[in-house]
Design a protein around this ligand. Structure first.
Ligand code: DOR
Ligand code: ZN
Length: 336
Protein backbone atom coordinates (compact mmCIF):
# COMPACT_ATOMS: atom_id res chain seq x y z
CA UNK A 1 0.00 0.00 0.00
CA UNK A 2 1.18 3.46 -0.93
CA UNK A 3 0.17 6.89 0.34
CA UNK A 4 0.93 10.02 -1.66
CA UNK A 5 0.98 13.41 0.04
CA UNK A 6 0.94 16.60 -1.99
CA UNK A 7 3.25 19.27 -0.63
CA UNK A 8 3.37 18.23 3.03
CA UNK A 9 4.61 21.03 5.31
CA UNK A 10 6.25 21.08 8.72
CA UNK A 11 5.01 24.38 10.09
CA UNK A 12 7.31 24.51 13.17
CA UNK A 13 10.87 23.37 12.81
CA UNK A 14 14.26 23.95 14.43
CA UNK A 15 17.07 23.49 11.93
CA UNK A 16 19.91 25.01 14.04
CA UNK A 17 23.10 26.08 12.26
CA UNK A 18 26.49 24.86 11.05
CA UNK A 19 27.19 21.10 11.47
CA UNK A 20 23.84 20.47 13.17
CA UNK A 21 22.01 22.19 10.31
CA UNK A 22 23.89 20.08 7.79
CA UNK A 23 22.97 16.94 9.73
CA UNK A 24 19.27 17.60 10.29
CA UNK A 25 18.04 19.58 7.26
CA UNK A 26 18.12 16.59 4.86
CA UNK A 27 15.60 14.70 7.06
CA UNK A 28 13.07 17.50 6.68
CA UNK A 29 13.88 18.07 3.01
CA UNK A 30 13.26 14.37 2.28
CA UNK A 31 9.75 14.48 3.73
CA UNK A 32 8.40 17.99 3.28
CA UNK A 33 7.90 20.56 0.54
CA UNK A 34 8.72 23.25 3.06
CA UNK A 35 8.74 24.21 6.69
CA UNK A 36 8.51 27.16 9.05
CA UNK A 37 12.01 27.71 10.41
CA UNK A 38 12.38 28.93 13.98
CA UNK A 39 14.75 31.85 14.65
CA UNK A 40 16.14 30.87 18.09
CA UNK A 41 19.76 30.50 17.03
CA UNK A 42 22.56 31.29 19.51
CA UNK A 43 22.38 34.77 18.07
CA UNK A 44 18.65 35.18 17.33
CA UNK A 45 17.60 35.81 13.74
CA UNK A 46 16.33 39.35 14.24
CA UNK A 47 17.71 41.25 11.28
CA UNK A 48 17.01 40.81 7.60
CA UNK A 49 20.71 40.40 6.88
CA UNK A 50 21.01 37.51 9.33
CA UNK A 51 17.80 36.00 7.98
CA UNK A 52 19.11 36.02 4.42
CA UNK A 53 22.38 34.37 5.46
CA UNK A 54 20.48 31.74 7.42
CA UNK A 55 18.14 31.00 4.53
CA UNK A 56 21.11 30.53 2.18
CA UNK A 57 22.76 28.16 4.68
CA UNK A 58 19.55 26.12 4.93
CA UNK A 59 19.28 25.77 1.16
CA UNK A 60 22.92 24.64 1.02
CA UNK A 61 22.28 22.09 3.76
CA UNK A 62 19.31 20.66 1.84
CA UNK A 63 21.64 19.80 -1.02
CA UNK A 64 19.68 19.01 -4.16
CA UNK A 65 16.38 18.32 -2.40
CA UNK A 66 13.64 20.86 -2.95
CA UNK A 67 12.58 22.39 0.34
CA UNK A 68 11.11 25.84 0.87
CA UNK A 69 12.28 27.39 4.15
CA UNK A 70 9.54 29.73 5.37
CA UNK A 71 11.60 32.11 7.46
CA UNK A 72 10.67 33.81 10.73
CA UNK A 73 12.19 36.78 12.52
CA UNK A 74 12.70 36.65 16.28
CA UNK A 75 10.20 39.01 17.92
CA UNK A 76 11.52 42.33 19.22
CA UNK A 77 10.30 45.88 18.74
CA UNK A 78 10.43 46.51 14.98
CA UNK A 79 9.78 49.73 13.07
CA UNK A 80 7.27 49.96 10.24
CA UNK A 81 10.13 50.37 7.77
CA UNK A 82 11.86 47.22 8.98
CA UNK A 83 8.68 45.18 8.71
CA UNK A 84 7.78 46.53 5.29
CA UNK A 85 11.22 45.59 4.04
CA UNK A 86 11.01 42.11 5.59
CA UNK A 87 7.42 41.35 4.64
CA UNK A 88 8.13 39.53 1.37
CA UNK A 89 10.82 37.33 2.94
CA UNK A 90 9.15 36.13 6.12
CA UNK A 91 6.14 34.06 7.01
CA UNK A 92 5.83 35.67 10.43
CA UNK A 93 7.46 36.85 13.63
CA UNK A 94 8.12 34.30 16.37
CA UNK A 95 7.53 35.54 19.88
CA UNK A 96 9.22 33.86 22.84
CA UNK A 97 8.67 34.94 26.43
CA UNK A 98 12.19 35.71 27.73
CA UNK A 99 14.04 32.65 28.99
CA UNK A 100 11.14 30.24 28.57
CA UNK A 101 13.01 27.71 26.42
CA UNK A 102 16.21 27.05 24.47
CA UNK A 103 17.95 30.27 23.38
CA UNK A 104 15.06 32.57 24.20
CA UNK A 105 16.85 34.95 26.58
CA UNK A 106 16.31 37.84 24.15
CA UNK A 107 12.55 37.25 24.17
CA UNK A 108 9.77 39.39 25.58
CA UNK A 109 10.02 40.25 29.27
CA UNK A 110 7.34 42.94 29.33
CA UNK A 111 4.15 42.13 27.44
CA UNK A 112 2.85 45.66 28.07
CA UNK A 113 5.33 46.87 25.46
CA UNK A 114 4.53 44.57 22.54
CA UNK A 115 1.38 46.41 21.40
CA UNK A 116 2.88 48.77 18.78
CA UNK A 117 4.82 46.03 16.98
CA UNK A 118 1.84 43.66 17.09
CA UNK A 119 -0.39 46.41 15.67
CA UNK A 120 2.04 46.78 12.76
CA UNK A 121 1.87 43.03 12.12
CA UNK A 122 -1.90 43.23 11.98
CA UNK A 123 -1.79 46.21 9.61
CA UNK A 124 0.80 44.63 7.32
CA UNK A 125 -0.81 41.16 7.30
CA UNK A 126 2.17 39.42 8.92
CA UNK A 127 1.28 36.44 11.17
CA UNK A 128 2.42 36.29 14.80
CA UNK A 129 3.73 32.91 16.00
CA UNK A 130 3.83 32.48 19.75
CA UNK A 131 5.50 30.16 22.24
CA UNK A 132 2.68 30.43 24.75
CA UNK A 133 3.96 29.67 28.23
CA UNK A 134 4.23 31.72 31.42
CA UNK A 135 7.01 31.10 33.93
CA UNK A 136 4.55 29.57 36.41
CA UNK A 137 4.34 25.96 37.58
CA UNK A 138 5.48 23.82 34.67
CA UNK A 139 2.20 21.93 34.18
CA UNK A 140 0.18 25.18 34.29
CA UNK A 141 2.29 27.36 32.02
CA UNK A 142 0.30 26.95 28.82
CA UNK A 143 -3.07 27.27 30.56
CA UNK A 144 -1.89 30.46 32.29
CA UNK A 145 -0.76 31.91 28.98
CA UNK A 146 -4.17 31.46 27.34
CA UNK A 147 -5.29 34.86 28.63
CA UNK A 148 -2.49 36.45 26.56
CA UNK A 149 -3.77 34.66 23.44
CA UNK A 150 -7.25 35.86 24.28
CA UNK A 151 -6.05 39.43 24.66
CA UNK A 152 -4.16 39.24 21.35
CA UNK A 153 -7.10 37.68 19.50
CA UNK A 154 -9.54 40.32 20.79
CA UNK A 155 -7.29 43.38 20.55
CA UNK A 156 -6.03 42.55 17.05
CA UNK A 157 -8.97 40.86 15.32
CA UNK A 158 -7.37 40.90 11.85
CA UNK A 159 -4.01 39.53 13.09
CA UNK A 160 -3.36 35.86 12.30
CA UNK A 161 -2.03 34.29 15.50
CA UNK A 162 -0.49 30.83 15.74
CA UNK A 163 -0.50 29.16 19.14
CA UNK A 164 2.59 27.03 18.73
CA UNK A 165 2.81 23.40 19.86
CA UNK A 166 -0.34 23.34 21.98
CA UNK A 167 -0.53 20.63 24.63
CA UNK A 168 -3.73 21.21 26.61
CA UNK A 169 -7.46 20.60 26.26
CA UNK A 170 -8.10 24.25 27.15
CA UNK A 171 -5.96 25.50 24.26
CA UNK A 172 -8.06 23.42 21.87
CA UNK A 173 -11.21 24.98 23.35
CA UNK A 174 -9.83 28.51 22.93
CA UNK A 175 -9.27 27.91 19.20
CA UNK A 176 -12.99 27.67 18.65
CA UNK A 177 -13.64 31.05 20.22
CA UNK A 178 -11.58 33.13 17.78
CA UNK A 179 -11.29 32.71 14.01
CA UNK A 180 -7.96 34.52 13.96
CA UNK A 181 -6.30 31.80 16.07
CA UNK A 182 -4.70 28.65 14.67
CA UNK A 183 -2.44 26.18 16.44
CA UNK A 184 0.36 23.81 15.58
CA UNK A 185 0.42 20.34 17.11
CA UNK A 186 3.54 18.18 17.29
CA UNK A 187 3.85 14.48 16.66
CA UNK A 188 5.19 13.80 20.14
CA UNK A 189 2.38 15.63 21.93
CA UNK A 190 -0.11 13.40 20.09
CA UNK A 191 1.73 10.39 21.51
CA UNK A 192 3.20 10.97 24.96
CA UNK A 193 2.16 12.24 28.38
CA UNK A 194 4.23 13.30 31.38
CA UNK A 195 4.23 9.64 32.42
CA UNK A 196 6.33 8.73 29.40
CA UNK A 197 8.84 11.44 30.30
CA UNK A 198 9.17 10.96 34.05
CA UNK A 199 6.81 8.18 35.18
CA UNK A 200 9.52 5.52 35.12
CA UNK A 201 13.20 5.96 34.45
CA UNK A 202 13.70 9.53 33.28
CA UNK A 203 13.62 9.81 29.46
CA UNK A 204 15.70 12.82 28.43
CA UNK A 205 14.82 12.35 24.73
CA UNK A 206 11.18 13.09 25.56
CA UNK A 207 11.88 16.20 27.64
CA UNK A 208 10.67 19.27 25.81
CA UNK A 209 8.94 22.62 26.25
CA UNK A 210 6.04 22.68 26.65
CA UNK A 211 6.29 19.54 28.74
CA UNK A 212 3.93 16.69 27.77
CA UNK A 213 0.77 16.87 29.87
CA UNK A 214 -1.99 14.54 31.06
CA UNK A 215 -3.83 11.73 29.22
CA UNK A 216 -6.90 14.00 29.17
CA UNK A 217 -4.95 16.73 27.39
CA UNK A 218 -3.44 14.31 24.89
CA UNK A 219 -6.88 12.85 24.17
CA UNK A 220 -8.28 16.32 23.50
CA UNK A 221 -5.46 17.00 21.02
CA UNK A 222 -6.02 13.66 19.31
CA UNK A 223 -9.74 14.13 19.10
CA UNK A 224 -9.41 17.57 17.54
CA UNK A 225 -6.63 16.57 15.11
CA UNK A 226 -8.18 13.28 13.98
CA UNK A 227 -11.56 15.00 13.92
CA UNK A 228 -10.17 17.28 11.22
CA UNK A 229 -10.17 20.67 12.93
CA UNK A 230 -9.39 23.09 10.06
CA UNK A 231 -7.15 25.36 12.15
CA UNK A 232 -4.94 22.65 13.61
CA UNK A 233 -1.71 22.51 11.67
CA UNK A 234 1.14 20.04 11.82
CA UNK A 235 4.37 21.47 13.23
CA UNK A 236 6.89 18.94 14.47
CA UNK A 237 8.88 21.26 16.77
CA UNK A 238 11.70 18.90 15.92
CA UNK A 239 14.49 20.31 18.09
CA UNK A 240 17.79 18.43 17.93
CA UNK A 241 20.34 18.49 20.72
CA UNK A 242 23.46 16.32 20.73
CA UNK A 243 23.37 13.39 23.15
CA UNK A 244 25.83 15.00 25.53
CA UNK A 245 23.36 17.89 26.02
CA UNK A 246 20.47 15.48 26.71
CA UNK A 247 22.12 12.75 28.77
CA UNK A 248 23.66 14.96 31.43
CA UNK A 249 22.80 17.10 34.44
CA UNK A 250 20.66 19.90 33.05
CA UNK A 251 19.07 18.15 30.09
CA UNK A 252 18.25 20.46 27.15
CA UNK A 253 14.59 20.61 26.06
CA UNK A 254 13.67 19.27 22.64
CA UNK A 255 12.51 16.14 20.82
CA UNK A 256 14.29 15.34 17.56
CA UNK A 257 11.41 13.96 15.53
CA UNK A 258 12.38 15.03 11.99
CA UNK A 259 13.56 11.55 10.88
CA UNK A 260 10.26 9.87 11.80
CA UNK A 261 7.54 12.47 11.29
CA UNK A 262 5.50 11.39 8.27
CA UNK A 263 5.78 7.59 8.76
CA UNK A 264 4.71 7.90 12.39
CA UNK A 265 1.91 10.36 11.61
CA UNK A 266 0.58 7.92 8.99
CA UNK A 267 0.59 5.20 11.62
CA UNK A 268 -1.28 7.35 14.15
CA UNK A 269 -3.92 8.43 11.64
CA UNK A 270 -4.32 4.85 10.45
CA UNK A 271 -4.74 3.59 14.03
CA UNK A 272 -7.43 6.24 14.52
CA UNK A 273 -9.05 5.11 11.24
CA UNK A 274 -8.62 8.62 9.88
CA UNK A 275 -5.88 8.17 7.31
CA UNK A 276 -7.88 10.22 4.82
CA UNK A 277 -7.49 13.27 7.10
CA UNK A 278 -3.68 13.22 7.22
CA UNK A 279 -3.38 15.42 4.13
CA UNK A 280 -5.46 18.18 5.70
CA UNK A 281 -3.28 18.18 8.80
CA UNK A 282 0.07 18.16 7.02
CA UNK A 283 -0.74 20.06 3.82
CA UNK A 284 -4.02 21.91 3.48
CA UNK A 285 -4.61 23.50 6.88
CA UNK A 286 -1.24 25.23 7.14
CA UNK A 287 -1.24 26.52 3.57
CA UNK A 288 -4.76 27.88 4.01
CA UNK A 289 -4.16 29.72 7.28
CA UNK A 290 -0.85 31.19 6.16
CA UNK A 291 -2.21 31.94 2.66
CA UNK A 292 0.79 30.36 0.95
CA UNK A 293 1.13 28.26 -2.18
CA UNK A 294 3.85 25.73 -1.44
CA UNK A 295 6.06 24.36 -4.21
CA UNK A 296 4.82 21.28 -6.06
CA UNK A 297 6.26 18.19 -4.46
CA UNK A 298 4.68 14.85 -3.77
CA UNK A 299 6.01 12.59 -1.06
CA UNK A 300 5.23 8.89 -0.99
CA UNK A 301 4.94 6.60 1.98
CA UNK A 302 4.91 2.81 1.79
CA UNK A 303 3.22 0.49 4.21
CA UNK A 304 6.50 -1.31 4.75
CA UNK A 305 7.97 -1.64 8.25
CA UNK A 306 10.99 0.48 8.99
CA UNK A 307 13.29 0.47 12.00
CA UNK A 308 14.24 3.89 13.33
CA UNK A 309 18.03 4.19 13.78
CA UNK A 310 19.44 4.47 17.30
CA UNK A 311 21.38 7.56 16.35
CA UNK A 312 21.49 10.15 13.61
CA UNK A 313 24.99 11.51 13.90
CA UNK A 314 25.31 12.76 17.48
CA UNK A 315 21.55 13.00 18.01
CA UNK A 316 19.16 10.35 19.20
CA UNK A 317 15.91 10.54 17.24
CA UNK A 318 12.42 10.23 18.67
CA UNK A 319 11.38 6.52 18.68
CA UNK A 320 14.99 5.36 18.28
CA UNK A 321 15.20 1.62 17.72
CA UNK A 322 11.43 1.18 17.29
CA UNK A 323 9.84 -0.35 14.23
CA UNK A 324 7.22 1.79 12.49
CA UNK A 325 4.59 0.47 10.13
CA UNK A 326 5.17 3.04 7.40
CA UNK A 327 8.32 4.19 5.69
CA UNK A 328 9.34 6.86 3.26
CA UNK A 329 9.55 5.58 -0.32
CA UNK A 330 13.25 6.18 -0.97
CA UNK A 331 12.68 5.80 -4.71
CA UNK A 332 10.30 8.75 -4.73
CA UNK A 333 12.24 10.99 -2.35
CA UNK A 334 11.31 14.57 -2.99
CA UNK A 335 9.79 13.97 -6.42
CA UNK A 336 8.74 17.29 -7.94
O1 DOR B 1 11.59 21.68 23.63
C1 DOR B 1 11.82 22.68 22.98
N1 DOR B 1 12.98 22.84 22.31
N2 DOR B 1 10.90 23.66 22.97
C2 DOR B 1 11.14 24.83 22.39
O2 DOR B 1 10.29 25.69 22.43
C3 DOR B 1 12.46 25.12 21.79
C4 DOR B 1 13.15 23.90 21.39
C5 DOR B 1 14.61 24.11 21.08
O3 DOR B 1 14.93 25.06 20.37
O4 DOR B 1 15.43 23.31 21.53
ZN1 ZN C 1 9.93 25.19 18.78
Amino acid sequence: MRLTLDAPLDMHLHLREQEMLDLVAPFSAAQFAGGVVMPNLIQPVDTLARLRDYRAAILRACGGASFHPYMTLFFREYSREELIEARGEIIGLKLYPAGITTQSEAGVSDFDRIGPTVALLEELGIPLLVHGETNGFVMDREREFLRVYQWLAETFPRLRIVMEHITTAEAVTLLDRYDNLAATVTLHHLMITLDDVAGGLLQPDLFCKPIAKTPRDRDALRQAVFGGHPRLIFGSDSAPHPRHKKECCGCAAGVFSAPVTLPMLAQLFEEAERLERLADFVSTNGARFYQITPPQKSVELLRTPWRVPELCGAVRPFLAGQTLRWSLDEGSRGRE
